[in-house]
Design a binder for this molecule. Sequence first.
Ligand code: HPA
Length: 275
Amino acid sequence: MKTLLRCVDVIRRQTALEPQIALVLGSGLGGFADQINVSAVVPYDSLPDFPVSTVAGHAGRFLFGTLHDIPLVLMQGRVHYYEGYSMQQVILPIRLMRMLGAKVLFLTNAAGGINPAFHAGDLMCITGHISSFVPSPLIGKNHDSLGVRFPDMSHVYDPALCACIRDAAESLHIPLQNGVYIQTSGPNYETPEEIRMYSILGADAVGMSTACEAIAAVHAGMRVCGVSCISNLAAGISPSPLTHEEVQQTADRTAPLFRSLAEQSIIRIHKVLEN
Ligand code: HPA
């Protein structure tokens, strides 16, 4: 909590902007930030005791600004559990964005496609998640000022916000899959046997982030939505071995579609917040 308050203090000396919507930009999707009218840039390593991303393709900074006059905070790059940070550290940025005013968390990521109907390059609206294979970010002392000890997780991905994303995709003629995201610890990709198990459990896509951030956001009273870029077919579904380069290349290729989808979704989400 002390770290959070110190981070708020440092940021408030640089910008008074009160973000309505917070976006986490995953691998290769950071280019979305080009559309933003940026008013402040805050590198993670300029914040006290803040976790810093070590992964290629993750820039590691907050951008504050507006898109069509809607105040936003963007995370260009995130930190992951597999980098050796605790889950509490991984979700610190989410709590920080909440404390700065964000009511909505829009999560994005690159993910492996498990659902046999998916193709590399597809976009998927996240309708639910399975986080049982990684520790909860809420383990440890509960901060009652943030949220309750035992928060309900029946509706993590807000149906009204998912509808905004679907409506945006339709208006742009972008095909959009729907599905359940499963978070693994990484950093190794999965075995084909693990992917078969995740498929049986009901997962459509697999990745190494996101669900923990969604849990922390719901705990703190935010409304959550998310989009996965299916950057590759998961192990055993794809005939070839997986590489981080493939993941990044597909995410880069999909970036223009993603940019338009995120922009149009945000306009619609903002309207939902006003009602
Ligand atoms: N597995 C886990 N994480 C991922 C994958 C994958 O296949 N693709 C992108 N992130």
